[in-house]
Design a protein around this ligand. Sequence first.
Ligand code: CA2
Length: 144
Amino acid sequence: MKILVINGPNINMLGIREPEVYGRQTYAELCEMIQVYAAENGVTVELYQSNHEGDLVDTIQQAYGVFDGIVINPAAYTHTSVAILDALKACGIPAVEVHISDVEKREAFRQISYVREYCEKTICGHGFAGYTEAIDYLMNRHQM
Ligand code: CA2
């Protein structure tokens, strides 16, 4: 099974500021944790992070026919991007939305998610563990 893990803008800055919201671990540590978990579970994972909406759309489009599942944290684009929602719909790959923080308990604008309409599941506020929970969901779904 092949899973694409996509992270949006500023996720590469994790651990540098706002540790009370996003924790002290870095993006490099997140990638390492995901790769170790994937290897333990016999899943191939590719990681992608971009600060640019069009690059995220391109990456989702290129996943068509290549990946069996997508884990996506669109970061700030969660709350604004119809383009990312449309790309997910266009490629039709099962997807899970992940947020490190509990967006439901933050500002009103963070409670709006465009991608949620497409994603089969949303995991919020579980920190980095949300990514491995999303991988678990996609693995179980794939086995059915
Ligand atoms: O909780 C999440 O995972 C978010 O998707 C993270 C985004 C935020 O815009 C979403 O509302 C919720 C922010 C990504 C990281 O931003 C940083 C900000 C300051 C310091 C380090 C990272």
